[in-house]
Design a protein around this ligand. Structure first.
Ligand SMILES: Cc1ncc(COP(=O)(O)O)c(C=O)c1O
Length: 476
């Protein structure tokens, strides 16, 4: 066996050991920043080292700083894990080292993206001729969708934003829900559309845009080019904007574009029992979602979908003399993401979708939602616990009051402090990991179930750990 094969086998063994230990290791990291710096740092070595030693040292020194976020009891943020085939395809993607920019650089990468495009559109029930760009994440997918919208609504006024920029352009009105994700504003900021000038539509207690409020807001701007940002799956509650009503209201405007941020919520479209939550979503103009959260593809994997491929391509592509037109150019992935060189991200999505199939995908999404409900039910009857949201998807918001606490579901500084203490205790305990948030002025614990390997036993073990930590903090 040659040295490189030995190194890759050694690395595969290290990875397999890690994955084998994933369900049983503490979910939190065990090392501090200083400890990690001491173990991994030092001056840039003057002389190179043997690859096998570099990798072995990296694996052992980084290990205490590795969070078991790929494992079954990580409920922080919305993270997901790595399906076996997607992880393996990710390794191959690195070994092949293809540049995903152009068909000519990698026909296989381009064709696999083309196939994954068709499968994704079918799974989401979106128009079969929409274009799909494979980005780093939802932030850049929203950027691509909104850039396509910015192009089209300005083009209808006779303005070429790609050539002329925004200075002197007709003023675009941007509308979002009051509970839009922070990354929508990041995309708008990068597109020169600003954050503070966005018209934010009132939301209800679950974070959904109120249909009467969206109509009232759109009526104020109907004579302008309008970009509307709706959401499928609120990061705190999992709630969905009323998409059918929003589509109808937007379609009454003469020049508007509707983007839906469906980072994780769009996957509800792939599950028969949850599809009703995204009713109307196919009436939008662009959508952002990703593979790295709920499809359980290793990071990173964003997905930008646009109904109008010409607007998508015009907004995201650039030219150069050495990009010589050739066969397969229509599948040049680089022209859909605004990046030049990039990872060939289609392989992992392709592998994950083949491993799951339509039924496995639906099962993954539905199972996570059932487990979220199970965790909510397991916590609901504990003393001083309130579940703040309607658990419609995979997200649960939990608020915990001290023994003598007042109404758990009402704003109160002592309850906020107690909730945060319990979150910190659960994080330190290591059985599971979840984070905190503030929902309608109240501190809350966020549980997000999005990993393919999470079982009922993991959910129950985690509920028991949360209840135990709550009791311990109450005794302090
Ligand atoms: C609704 C929503 N939009 C956007 C994002 C950002 O996604 P990414 O981190 O892939 O950019 C998230 C992340 O959780 C999200 O929940």
């Amino acid at each position: 066996m040659d040295d490189r094969s030995r190194l890759l086998n050694q690395t595969a063994a290290l990875a397999a050991d890690f994955l084998h230990g994933l369900p049983s290791r503490p979910v939190c990291a065990s090392a501090t920043r200083d400890e990690l710096l001491a173990a991994l740092g030092g001056p840039l070595p003057a002389r190179g080292e043997a690859p096998g030693e570099v990798v072995a040292d990296l694996a052992s020194a980084a290990d205490p700083g590795i969070v078991a976020s790929a494992g079954p009891r990580y409920f922080g943020f919305v993270i997901g894990g790595g399906l076996p085939s997607a992880l393996a395809a990710d390794w191959l993607t690195s070994a092949w080292d293809q540049n995903g920019f152009a068909y000519v650089m990698s026909p296989a990468a381009a064709v696999v993206e083309e196939i994954a495009t068709g499968w994704l559109l079918e799974a989401f029930g979106l128009p079969a001729d929409a274009s799909v760009g494979f980005t780093t994440g939802v932030t850049m997918a929203s950027f691509a969708g909104l850039a396509a919208g910015r192009h089209r609504i300005l083009e209808r006024t006779g303005w070429n934003v790609e050539e002329e920029g925004l200075a002197g352009a007709p003023e675009i009105a941007v509308v979002s829900g009051a509970e839009a994700h922070a990354t929508i504003y990041a995309s708008l900021q990068m597109l020169g559309l600003g954050k503070s000038r966005v018209l934010r539509v009132d939301a209800d207690d679950q974070g959904r845009m109120r249909p009467d409020a969206i109509r009232a807001t759109l009526a104020r701007v109907r004579d302008r080019p309008v970009l509307v940002c709706a959401q499928a799956g609120n990061v705190n509650t999992g709630a969905f904007d009323p998409l059918t009503e929003i589509v109808a209201a937007v379609r009454e405007l003469p020049n508007a574009w509707l983007h839906v941020d469906g980072a994780f919520g769009l996957w509800a479209a792939a599950a028969p029992s949850l599809r009703h939550l995204v009713a109307g979503v196919d009436g939008a103009d662009s959508w952002s979602t990703d593979g790295h959260k709920w499809l359980n593809v290793p990071y990173d994997s964003g997905i930008a979908i646009v109904r109008d491929p010409e607007a998508h391509r015009t907004a995201m592509s650039h030219g150069a003399a050495y990009y010589v037109p050739g066969a397969g150019m229509e599948r040049d992935g680089g022209s859909l993401v605004g990046e030049s060189s990039r990872r060939a991200r289609g392989f992992t999505i392709y592998a994950a979708l083949r491993e799951l199939g339509r039924e496995g995908l639906a099962d993954l999404i539905e199972r996570c939602c059932r487990l979220a409900t199970r965790m909510a039910d397991g916590l609901r009857d504990a003393p001083g616990v309130a579940i703040l949201n309607d658990v419609v998807l995979n997200q649960v918001l939990v608020r915990l009051a001290p023994p003598d606490g007042a109404d758990t579901a009402a704003p109160d500084a002592d309850i906020d402090a107690f909730t945060r203490e319990v979150i910190a205790a659960v994080q330190a305990d290591g059985t599971c990991w979840l984070g905190g948030t503030t929902w309608h002025g109240m501190a809350a614990m966020r549980i997000s179930v999005s990993n393919w390997s999470t079982t009922e036993a993991d959910a129950d073990l985690s509920v028991a750990a949360i209840r135990r930590c709550r009791d311990e903090v109450a005794k302090r």
